[in-house]
Design a protein around this ligand. Sequence first.
Ligand code: SF4
Length: 469
Amino acid sequence: MSGFFGSVSKTDCVGDVFYGTDYHSHLGTKRAGLAYFNKQKGFQRAIHSLEDGYFRNKFENDIKNFSGNSGIGVISDTEAQPIVVNSHMGRFAVATVSKIVNAEEIERYFLEKHHTFSETSQGTVNPTEMIAMLIAEGKDFISGIENVSERIKGSCSMLILTENGIIASRDKLGRTPVIIGKKDGAYAVTFETCAFSNLDYEIEKYLGPGEVVMVTADGYEQLRKPNEKMQICSFLWVYYGYPPSYYEGINVDECRYKCGAALAKRDNLKADFVAGIPDSGVGHAMGYSHATGIPLKRPYSKYTPTWPRSFMPQSQNMRELVAKMKLIPNKAIIEGHSGVFLDDSIVRGTQLKDNVSDLHHAGIKEVNMRIACPPLTYPCEFVNFSRSRSSLDLATHKAIKKLEGSTDNVDFKEYSDCNSEKYKAMVEEIRKTLGLTTLTFQRLDDLVEAIGLSKEKLCTHCWDGSSYF
Ligand code: SF4
């Protein structure tokens, strides 16, 4: 994914932007950057890799030299940003949460016009630089942002740090959130509202899809009205989001309790304990436990002193090893007992298979798995999902391939209908592959109800292939 934070203050805002950005560290593992504006010094910027260290360690020396009343920061799962450019609208820095599916087409367009791109180490064009170039094609920032919305296939929310304040713009279909916060003498803008509490900001406004505002230390002004249609990513509540955050006024953790309770409502399982697969399964497990009365226990502990957060080693084998080493099973809770385990989703299923095998080694009687969302059948084309989600990797596709011999010419709609025989056969295949006693996925209508927005405002494409550009 990726996430950003910005602040404009009557006093220096370096600390607010530093800590506000740090609270987005769960959203990206590759690069991070900060940019500040100060009338005397102009734009100051630093970018570091996060592949061998954490945001705070990487930037604590930089911020000693930075100063300014306005700034933006970004945690990025892909490219180096913010990008600082000079243009006919003046200098600006831009940070994005974006995915550009048609990047090659836009690259060709600019190259044909004899424009240049900075070379990245990966030999690819930096998507945020491409967005900066599309902005600079406009006669002003608003038409430049509209140009981005019209030209890119994918999604893009962004913060533009100008000499006069921060322009915040939400993706045209609102796939990702942008929220304004307020405190005495300062305004902030964020992806995750959990960044506000400890910096004393209160939520002031959720930007609508395609809405653009100029944020200054005195307030904010709407530059573009929101669009009617919305397709906010449902996965924000299920998995990406940090528990205390809100999107569209709906709290992440409360939604997870409701997901767990919805699974419980359709179950009459007897078990000794309920547990969440750390970390994102924990909220779902609490909801399940409260609804069923089955006690919540901790058969796994996460070894946080040296594995404090997810990071993404380059190789899949190493990633799997890290995932395994982080979780320590507790035999006292597991041995001879039957458990109900809640997880946010099953993507490839490889990690879950390892967890299940560890539980069997520790002597568990039953592993009943409950998944907070329906089976992931369609790869995401709209946001950068950090976990591998090529169709071939998906546990559903592997199961369908076993059942049908191939996934070519398969009508996936039949497999996403939870009442169909094909769906039941696919779930049974996944259950057998993972070595589970029972396996149930959330129904899509129950998930939509747990989130609490109407279905047409939510992107549920992962599960039913229903979204659009
Ligand atoms: S396809 Fe899935 S991950 Fe992608 S935006 Fe839609 S709900 Fe989110």
